[in-house]
Write a protein that binds this ligand. Structure first.
Ligand SMILES: [Fe+2]
Length: 307
């Protein structure tokens, strides 16, 4: 991070003021947490569930960022920093490049449990932070931040934003026990965490960096396409090459629509994706068709760059 980045990033830091949360705010956290915990067993990847356990993010109430950061720092050197909401792209990337995860502090209201335009502390902490306990994913996020700063300089933010969207926010991972979720936008959404695995409508396609970077996305509904990685090492390795020649190459190719398919797509075997249903969690679940919550910074990106 350069001195200029340090200064501009520091301007966005706030205090969480954990002691000021009300009992109502803590009880909304508990409601969301307990609901997601029920849904995510058998749906979230093991790395996420292990991170959640190890961090001690519990149903008690909104976590204190300082305590979480100490546990996170000891594991992977990441820390959580409190920000007021949207931060500019360069600041966001600069935080990630320094292994700092910017989190909002506010929590949604009780009447917004299933619908919220802007991610809140539940999305940021419960959705994003557990995977930062995984060393490979932690490195991927840092590499993404470094790549973001480069992409800004090269004018290819829209392509890199799609990588974030389809991995960090809406990514799926193939495991021996079937398809699992690692994307935070899905992990913090009751409706989409079921839909992405069990609904026959969306495409589930094997991850391919160029394909992902060419694919537009929707922010107003569940995704129409999910990209499936084999493991986090694949994701990290994909971010290693210099993206400049890749940007140059895909700049000559047309974008792909959110629901589009192309000749070289490798579909994920859909039958395996039904394994999550065997846990019986569908019973009594109302799948609410509402937007997911993974759009804080990249919605900003989209607005600026019109996808
Ligand atoms: Fe997010």
């Amino acid at each position: 991070m350069t001195a200029v980045d340090d200064q501009s990033a520091a301007n966005f830091l706030i205090e969480q003021k954990w002691q000021d949360y009300t009992e109502e705010e803590h009880s909304i956290w508990r409601l969301l947490f307990e609901r997601q915990q029920r849904l995510l067993v058998g749906r979230a990847c093991d790395e996420f569930l292990e991170g959640l356990d190890a961090l001690g993010v519990a149903a008690d109430g909104i976590p204190d960022f300082r305590k979480l950061s100490d546990a996170l720092d000891a594991a992977t050197g990441w820390r959580i920093v409190a920000v007021p909401g949207l931060v500019p792209d360069d600041v966001f990337f600069a935080f990630l490049a320094r292994r700092r995860f910017p989190s909002t502090c506010f929590i949604r209201r009780r009447d917004q449990l299933d619908y919220l335009q802007e991610p809140d502390v539940f999305h940021d902490i419960c959705g994003h932070v557990p995977l930062l306990m995984n060393p490979v994913f932690a490195d991927y996020m840092q590499a993404y931040g470094e790549g973001g700063l480069k992409a800004l300089g090269l004018g290819h933010l829209q392509h890199l934003a799609r990588l974030y969207w389809y991995t960090v926010e809406f990514g799926l991972i193939a495991t021996r026990r079937g398809l699992r979720i690692y994307g935070s936008g899905v992990l913090s959404s009751a409706g989409e965490s079921v839909y992405c695995l069990e609904d026959p409508r969306p495409h589930r396609i094997r991850f391919d960096l160029r394909r992902v970077m060419r694919t537009r996305y929707r922010i107003d509904d569940f995704q129409q396409t999910y990209f499936v990685i084999d493991d986090f090492r694949q994701l990290f390795d994909a971010t290693r090459p210099d993206f400049a020649p890749i940007y140059h190459e895909i700049a000559t190719q047309p974008d792909i629509e959110p629901d589009g398919l192309v000749r070289d797509d490798r579909p994920f075997n859909a039958s395996r994706s039904l394994s999550a249903g065997s846990h019986g969690q569908k019973n009594g679940l109302q799948v609410v068709r509402s937007p997911s919550l993974g759009r804080k910074r990249l919605e900003d990106v989209r607005q600026h760059h019109n996808q």
